[in-house]
Design a protein around this ligand. Structure first.
Ligand SMILES: Cc1cc2nc3c(=O)[nH]c(=O)nc-3n(C[C@H](O)[C@H](O)[C@H](O)COP(=O)(O)OP(=O)(O)OC[C@H]3O[C@@H](n4cnc5c(N)ncnc54)[C@H](O)[C@@H]3O)c2cc1C
Length: 388
């Protein structure tokens, strides 16, 4: 019997954030096609244009460590690969522990990292200020430091990927909202937009904080939940701080950009969901100012220049959702990246592209498939270092 070759998939990626753009890039490079990326806003509309630019490999879950390490390699090559400077600076990440339990936690993380070939240092309290001069170390028990972690500027990464995918023939439609997903006989057949129907055999959900709303358009329930996080930038200071500093107790994080500003955030509770929009709150400004000045008293006279917020796309176990949904042929998840999607994007999006192409992946599906939330008792693992 002669089999007709399968026609190529018509792939539509929803979301032109870092995940959607990088996925389009991998797919276009692999010759998949045709590939369309749609976004109702502009390139940096979602969290990809609102984040702190932190790139770390310090995770509990081995698979995240590996994705992050691969992403660090990719960001190191980014200038050569894409011709854009993303100002990726490997000034390290300094995690701070205030109790014996937190120090033990970090000791385990450091051991995992070392077994993965990353030179993580477990620090005693008196060693911490070597890495962040002026830090108030009185209440500290210790910490960890990994030099190859760092920070980057998110915007040039988005601009570079936009240019790269356009060169590769990807159809990028900004200002186009997906309002419906057509399903026939258990598979995706197209998308509805105000500009008309888009035929599709594969839909990639890279909608960030709106991923559960997008999945709902296809009749799928997912446990992803949008949570609003706030962040600010101060007046510039002469460079004095190399690493991103992160405190375990409350998730306070801050770094100094190449322009000298201190950029950082702290979790303040907001009702879940995207309905409240993306404003800034006086409660955050107060909490963040108190936390920053408490840990770095020399910042007490510094003014805040800007504050903004964006949505994390959180999952119950702190791990992303990657791969085709077993309930709907052609619906591929690229979601659930919490506060860490930028740092994981180069490597995670490669696995999303593999799922679209139905190629074998090295990711353990029990850790990353949506199936872990559909079967009672499955997916026991929880990532305990979701901070910031
Ligand atoms: C304050 C803050 C600080 C952060 N700090 C860091 C950090 O230091 N390091 C790090 O790695 N990560 C950080 N993150 C997280 C990171 O920014 C995200 O995980 C990542 O950008 C997610 O990328 P994405 O492409 O999946 O989603 P997004 O960038 O959110 O893009 C989703 C896109 O989907 C579009 N969309 C949604 N629904 C529809 C629809 N129906 N039709 C059409 N388009 C649609 C939206 O317009 C949006 O542009 C931070 C996030 C925030 C909010």
């Amino acid at each position: 019997m002669i089999h007709e070759p399968r026609p190529p998939d018509r792939i539509v990626i929803v979301g032109a954030g870092i995940m959607g753009l990088f996925t389009a890039y991998h797919l276009a490079r692999a010759g998949a096609g045709p590939v369309t990326v749609v976004d109702r806003g502009w390139l940096s509309n979602g969290a990809s244009g609102r984040n702190g630019g932190g790139v770390r490999q310090q995770w509990e879950t081995r698979a995240l460590v590996r994705l992050a390490r691969e992403s660090v390699d990719s960001y190191r090559r980014f200038g050569r690969d894409f011709g854009y400077n993303i100002w990726f600076r490997q000034g390290g990440y300094l995690f701070l522990a205030e109790s014996e339990a937190e120090q033990q936690h970090l000791a385990q993380v450091a051991a995992t990292l070392r077994s993965e070939g990353l030179e993580a240092k477990l620090l005693q309290s008196e060693e911490v200020s070597q890495y962040a001069p002026g830090l108030e170390t009185g209440g500290l028990r210790g910490g960890t430091y990994l030099k190859s972690d760092g920070t980057l500027y998110p915007f040039p990464a988005l601009w570079a990927l936009r240019e790269a995918i356009l060169r590769l023939g990807v159809d990028l439609r900004l200002g186009t909202e997906v309002t419906g997903i057509d399903v026939e006989n258990g598979r995706v057949t197209g998308l509805a937009t105000p500009a008309g129907r888009l035929p599709a055999t594969v839909v990639v959900n890279a909608a960030g904080g709106w991923s559960s709303a997008l999945a709902a358009l296809a009749g799928l329930t997912v446990p992803n939940r949008a949570t609003r996080h706030e962040i600010l930038a101060t007046e510039p200071l002469k460079p004095f701080l190399d690493p991103m500093v992160t405190r375990l107790r409350d998730g306070l994080y801050f770094s100094q950009t190449m322009r000298g500003e201190i950029v950082g955030g702290l979790s303040v509770a907001h009702p879940p969901g995207t309905r409240q929009g993306m404003p800034s709150s006086p409660a955050f400004l107060r909490a963040m100012a108190r936390a920053l000045v408490g840990i770095l008293p020399s910042l007490r006279h510094l003014g805040v220049l800007r504050a903004w917020s964006g949505f994390y796309d959180d999952t119950p176990d702190g791990l992303p959702v990657i791969g085709e949904d077993p309930r709907l042929r052609g619906f591929v998840h690229a979601s659930g990246f919490g506060g860490h999607g930028f740092m994981l994007a180069p490597a995670a999006s490669r696995r999303v592209a593999q799922a679209v192409l139905r190629e074998k992946s090295d990711l353990d599906p029990s850790q990353f498939s949506i199936a872990r939330f559909l079967t009672p008792g499955a997916g026991q693992l929880v990532e305990g270092l979701q901070l910031g």
